[in-house]
Design a binder for this molecule. Sequence first.
Ligand SMILES: NC(=O)c1ccc[n+]([C@@H]2O[C@H](COP(=O)([O-])OP(=O)(O)OC[C@H]3O[C@@H](n4cnc5c(N)ncnc54)[C@H](OP(=O)(O)O)[C@@H]3O)[C@@H](O)[C@H]2O)c1
Length: 300
Amino acid sequence: MGHSANGNGSGPLKFLIYGRTGWIGGLLGKICESQGIDYTYGSGRLENRTSLENDIATIKPTHVFNAAGVTGRPNVDWCESHKVETIRTNVVGTLTLADVCRDKGLVMINYATGCIFEYDDKHPLGSGIGFKEEDTPNFTGSYYSKTKAMVEDLLKNYENVCTLRVRMPISSDLNNPRNFITKIARYEKVVNIPNSMTILDELLPISIEMAKRNLTGIWNFTNPGVVSHNEILEMYRDYINPNFTWKNFNLEEQAKVIVAPRSNNEMDGAKLKKEFPELLSIKESLIKYVFKPNQKTTAA
Ligand SMILES: NC(=O)c1ccc[n+]([C@@H]2O[C@H](COP(=O)([O-])OP(=O)(O)OC[C@H]3O[C@@H](n4cnc5c(N)ncnc54)[C@H](OP(=O)(O)O)[C@@H]3O)[C@@H](O)[C@H]2O)c1
């Protein structure tokens, strides 16, 4: 699905990015620099319509990227006790930006989440049957996910929005505490469940290409296939630290150390793969973009 009306038409690209201080927003700026794409970070707050209109009037972007959102610190459990703040940015803010962009004829690339699904009878763990773009979210166990699912449903009505369902993002920066690999390597105990995940080093450049193609609609924005916690930690041991060990625990034990349940799922990657046939499977992408560039052992 492509969107025709777009800001400056066929002139040079100019990206307006929200989320300057954030993980994904920061990486997007670096990619634009490396690709020689003109970009500016938005200074407005998402829930303040006038500030967004001012940004657009000043910057005159061809595309808007929304990598702003509250994810909670140290984790999404924060949202359970900060519901209004979560609604303000993730619901009111995201919808306001989408609405302003629509008014101005601009495509908005929205970094959303795939943590709105959990394995169920029709998509059992290990079956290889993933959730498709058109499936209705079935995971509202955390307030963060609940609001993200609500917004996704509303954003479906905005023909200018490209919703990218990111999951358990991973980057080649293994020192970043937000990186899923770094997180699980530092936990005292980890569950072991196969999941779909997003390798940012491979997928964020693809999101820029999606903007260039003016793609809109919902996209499962994960590498095809699944990988489990233990499979990742085995790679970590083989490529990074041969002495690395870890302990597993089950979901019931995990529930005692977190406030809100977490989603585990497989996303169907066929739509993105069809648009970008070069897209690597999750395990290939982990090795190419994360473990090989960081390799410290000779064993693997
Ligand atoms: N990291 C994950 O595990 C993950 C997984 C799936 C999806 N996502 C989604 O991807 C998006 C980006 O994630 P991230 O990990 O890069 O987040 P992040 O590191 O927490 O950064 C969030 C960014 O949003 C900005 N922000 C927050 N509230 C704002 C508001 N009301 N107006 C304008 N800017 C605001 C923050 O700026 P200030 O510091 O100025 O507030 C910050 O720059 C989020 O929507 C998130 O839900 C993330």
